[in-house]
Write a protein that binds this ligand. Structure first.
Ligand SMILES: *[C@@H]1O[C@H](CO)[C@@H](O)[C@H](O)[C@H]1NC(C)=O
Length: 529
């Protein structure tokens, strides 16, 4: 009696810190999983639709109570089953075209997940959204309040808001897939991080970006977008998305190096263990070494990428067997494309070499990096709307004079109804009056926006329309599209010795107001012979 009384008292003293028992409770309507972790984590899954309806972590309810956490906007109904085997609990939610898994591992304050699809959900996008307690988890990491729309007024679509004097949107929380292994929401006593081991079954490549976090006031959304229509440049992939996971901590930020290899033992549809995968390794060479280099592999079923080392050497992630297109980028600009076949259990050697090829440069504005880096408003465009008062005025550079005007005054985007045409002046020598090419690199277009050029009295033709992405872009912080490059051939004599005037105008058949008028984003402008 005395001894057990002592133990009970001690348990009470340990309070929240006590290790709970790992286990699954099966109720009529719910499954409750106790992760058995030292900072206790208990979550509840609705047996009718797969929604998470409660996440109790370290004594606090972190789940928003009015709407669950789920795939899409909820599966509506699903066949939900649960099994416990040793140190693992797996909850499986099945519909005709989608199977979602929640997995707990004894002792981990982690909700592991994976989503297997055979078709795109009818809502047209595939995402996981955790709707979390905005009072306890108000902060978004790493980009802060750019996507906190609490108390705001919609100014574009139903997704760009004005909060006080700042424009904000869930889109401004996005990060390039290649750099996005973890995004978090936090408060003074809790942090929840979405950690992504890979994007092999998503679409869009290494530079695609999508919504990560969004404090809407009533809840804070923490997302993993797998497939979406936000500036989507590739067909969707189906199969197993993930594993991905939500990591619960009190103040620390977890490492992104989380071992999910135990999924191999859990009968997860579509899971390919490391032993069933292969690698590509080699050396990339030839591109501009002042930029980061990326090697990217893709086919209809999967996509992978890696940065190279500073010497150009690379090893791919563990890839599913198959034949892949292999692309080498400086920054985001492709300089070489090749093909490689990966087989399970082996590493294939494959080098890739390429560079930007032009001619003898007369002038160049920007760099061939596939991004608007260095241009007016480029840094802020990722995190705010072009109308934001924190931006520099778009019309502040009526004429760009090569050699005099700073590239930081060259507008990152040209909008038909805002700052078109753009005038460039440059001085040529008599040796430069022969035939030349004006190359205009763009990263993204909207509403058919594309450049038409005049050089002194010469008028370039109207280029054919760029592929329609059917998605707002520059106003939602996006810049990565197909990256159309336009070459304007200038006949001999169109450039004159002395001062020359170029205009670049946005042409398009469509219309639109202000920043939703046809537009495109600049990568680089180069005149060469
Ligand atoms: C690939 O490049 C490395 C480094 O330059 C070189 O040692 C190797 O022989 C090359 N491999 C092939 C297959 O060309």
């Amino acid at each position: 009696m005395f001894i057990s009384g002592l133990i009970l008292a001690s348990l009470a003293l340990w309070g929240k810190g006590v290790e709970a028992a790992f286990g699954l409770t099966t109720n009529t309507d719910t499954y409750i999983v106790d992760a058995g972790s030292s900072n206790p984590l208990k979550f509840t899954v609705d047996r009718s639709n797969c929604d998470i309806t409660s996440i109790n972590y370290y004594g606090s309810e972190l789940q928003y109570q009015s709407t669950g956490s789920h795939i899409g906007s909820g599966l509506g109904s699903a066949t939900v089953t649960a099994t416990q085997s040793g140190d693992y609990i797996k909850i499986t939610c099945e519909t005709d075209t989608l199977t979602h898994y929640y997995v707990a591992h004894s002792g981990d304050s982690i909700i592991y997940m994976a989503t297997y699809t055979t078709a795109e959900p009818s809502v047209g996008e595939l995402r996981y959204i955790a709707r979390l307690n905005a009072d306890l988890l108000p902060n978004e990491e790493p980009f802060g309040t750019v996507s906190n729309i609490a108390g705001g007024t919609a100014i574009e679509g139903s997704d760009v808001y004005l909060v006080g004097s700042e424009t904000r949107s869930k889109f401004y929380s996005s990060e390039r897939f290649i750099d996005d292994q973890r995004h978090c929401v936090s408060g003074s006593a809790h942090r929840v991080c979405m950690i992504l081991n890979q994007y092999e079954t998503s679409a869009g490549g290494p530079f695609h970006r999508d919504i990560n976090t969004n404090n809407v006031g009533s809840y804070t959304g923490l997302y993993w977008y797998m497939n979406s229509g936000h500036v989507q440049t590739e067909s969707y992939r189906q199969g197993l998305h993930g594993p991905y996971l939500m990591y619960f901590s009190r103040s620390g930020t977890p490492s992104t190096n989380i071992d999910t290899s135990f999924f191999a033992d859990l009968s997860i549809k579509g899971y390919v263990a490391t032993s069933g995968r292969g690698y590509v390794s080699g050396t990339a060479s030839g591109a501009d070494s002042s930029m980061k280099w990326v090697v990217h592999w893709y086919n209809d079923a999967a996509q992978y990428w890696t940065y190279t080392s500073s010497s150009g050497s690379f090893t791919s992630p563990a890839m599913k067997p198959g034949t892949y297109t292999m692309v080498y980028y400086q920054g985001e600009y492709p300089v070489a494309t090749s093909s490689v076949t990966v087989t399970a259990g082996s590493t294939i050697s494959k080098n890739i070499s390429g560079s930007v090829k032009t001619g003898t440069t007369i002038f160049k504005i920007g760099e061939w990096d596939g991004q608007p880096t260095g241009f007016l408003n480029a840094p802020s465009q990722l995190r705010m709307h072009p109308s934001d008062t924190r931006m520099s005025p778009w019309t502040s550079t009526p004429t760009y004079t090569v050699g005099t005007t700073s590239p930081s005054s060259f507008p990152m985007a040209l909008f038909k109804s805002v700052n078109s045409p753009l005038t460039i002046k440059f001085t040529a020598t008599s040796a430069q009056t022969g035939a030349a090419t004006l190359r205009i690199g763009t990263t993204l277009s909207f509403a058919g926006g594309r450049p038409q050029v005049t050089v002194n009295s010469y008028s370039g033709s109207v280029p054919s329309a760029p592929a329609n992405l059917d998605s707002r872009g520059v106003t939602r912080g996006a810049y990565r599209g197909f990256g159309e490059v336009y070459d304007v051939g200038l006949p001999g004599g169109s450039i004159v010795a002395g001062t020359n005037t170029i205009t670049i105008s946005v042409v398009s058949g469509s219309s639109g107001d202000e920043f939703l008028s046809p537009n495109f984003i600049f990568d680089c402008v180069e005149l060469f012979q």
